[in-house]
Structures are given as structure tokens and as C-alpha cells.
Design a protein around this ligand. Structure first.
Ligand code: DX5
Ligand code: ZN
Length: 236
């Protein structure tokens, strides 16, 4: 058995597909989410951007609230905003299930993560491509999810950065060494090909926008292809 296969078989948790609505048709958002849910999405990923931490401006609590009415799937809210703490109550109220903050966005990461959990939500921490894994080393007990960005955040449809795979491996080792059950999420340029590579490196939550909502075989086809790509190889 190769080292890769044994790593994937050892993973106690099954892969999660988080469908990023950033590439959905916003004129038909509820329908697109329902098709994704029926097609096998596990979570709905909502990219909140403020035009400061990242160059783009996207959505806020009103969109989360609309998504909440469209599905019972967990809403995985990725906060690409400066000073995210001020927004936690509004996103909790809107129906978010998890909030992920960037280490680059706050001077008080530990306090921010505790505040998210204090609201009864799952807490995630994200690192940009230029940020090393050590940036999350002191908060591993405070998180339910670590997000390793595989593009520089800001837009859907960017090319996957292969150099990030080594970082996924290093974060996987950190989580395993700490005995952490936190999920390891990858986000940016994930499709069947890069999804396989990320899974082999130890990721277990796969965010995709283009590869799901703009897949040539439709939303369900995109989810099927991605699922197949990230499923652990059968044991034996
Ligand atoms: C990028 C966002 C991603 C984005 C992914 O800043 O955080 O979630 O929607 O889009 P794709 O999968 O198209 O790269
Ligand atoms: Zn995202």
C-alpha cells in the first residue's frame, strides 16, 4: 500500500463538498442551491468580501439569510473581511453554521475564535498562500476547521497554486500531532484534478465554485466528478 493510500484510508472522516455560491447564478440563487443540495453538496460555502482585506466586494448577512431559507444544509461562511468580530452576531442571526476568519484579518485571533464558538457556531481559521502553518499553531484547540487557501482570495475562477499542497500536508501533520479533530479545508481552483491532489495531501473539505456551478455537465455532474475525485481509495 502506498503512503498516499494509507493516509487516505486512515482518515476517519469522509470528504465534505462545500459548494461555493460565488459562481452561482444570483438571479436564481435559491434554485441553484436546491439543485446543489439534491446533487450531493454537503455544505453551502458563502464568500463574504469587504473590498479591503480582499479586492472584491460580495455578500453579507442578507444573502446568508436567503440561503438559510433555501436549504437545511450547513452554511459555511468564509469571512474575507477586516475586523470580522463586529459581524459575528449578524451572521449568527442570519443562520450561519460556521464562521471562518483569516489570521491576516484580526489582531486577536484567539478571542475571535472563542467569540464564534460562544455564539454556538463552528469556528474556522483561514490562511492565505503567503501565510505559513505556524500562524495557526497556537489556536488548534479553538478551531473546528482550518482553511488553507489554494488561491489568493478575492475571486472565483483563479488557477490553483500547486505550491500550497505542501502546506496542506504540513497542516495535516500539525492537526494529527495535536490530536485535533478539526477539518482541513481547501478553497480556490479546486476541481477533480486538484481535488485529488489536495485529498492525497490530507484535505477533507473541498470548496468549489466554478467546478460545481459552471461545470459543463451541470451542477449535479460537477458534484459527481468532484466526489469521485476526492473519495478515499478502497482499502486493500
Ligand atoms: C476565493 C473564494 C473561493 C471561491 C472559489 O476567494 O474564497 O471560495 O469562491 O472559487 P473557485 O472554486 O471557482 O476557484
Ligand atoms: Zn471561500
Amino acid at each position: 500500500m502506498s503512503a498516499t493510500v494509507s493516509l487516505r484510508v486512515q482518515m476517519a472522516t469522509s470528504p465534505i463538498l462545500s459548494a461555493s455560491i460565488l459562481a452561482a447564478d444570483f438571479a436564481r440563487l435559491g434554485d441553484e442551491i436546491r439543485v446543489a443540495a439534491e446533487g450531493g453538496a454537503d455544505w453551502i460555502h458563502i464568500d463574504v468580501m469587504d473590498g479591503h482585506l480582499v479586492p472584491n466586494l460580495t455578500m453579507g448577512p442578507v444573502i446568508v439569510e436567503a440561503c438559510r431559507r433555501a436549504t437545511t444544509l450547513p452554511l459555511d461562511v468564509h469571512l474575507m473581511v477586516e475586523r470580522p468580530e463586529a459581524l459575528f452576531p449578524a451572521f449568527a442571526e442570519a443562520g450561519a453554521d460556521s464562521l471562518t476568519v483569516h489570521v491576516e484579518a484580526t489582531a486577536h485571533l484567539h478571542r475571535a475564535l472563542q467569540a464564534i464558538r460562544g455564539l454556538g457556531l463552528r469556528a474556522g481559521v483561514a490562511i492565505n498562500p503567503a501565510t505559513p502553518p505556524v500562524a495557526v499553531a497556537e489556536v488548534l484547540n479553538e478551531v473546528d476547521l482550518v482553511l488553507v487557501m489554494t488561491v489568493n482570495p478575492g475571486y472565483s475562477g483563479q488557477a490553483f497554486l500547486p505550491a500550497c499542497l505542501d502546506k496542506v500536508r504540513r497542516v495535516r501533520h500539525m492537526l494529527d500531532a495535536a490530536g485535533s479533530a478539526a477539518r482541513l479545508q481547501v478553497d480556490g481552483g479546486i476541481d477533480a484534478n486538484t481535488g485529488t491532489q489536495a485529498a492525497e495531501s490530507g484535505a477533507d473539505v473541498f470548496v468549489a465554485a466554478q467546478a460545481i456551478f459552471r461545470h459543463p455537465d451541470g451542477i449535479a455532474g460537477g458534484l459527481r466528478a468532484l466526489r469521485q475525485a476526492v473519495e478515499p481509495a478502497p482499502a486493500g
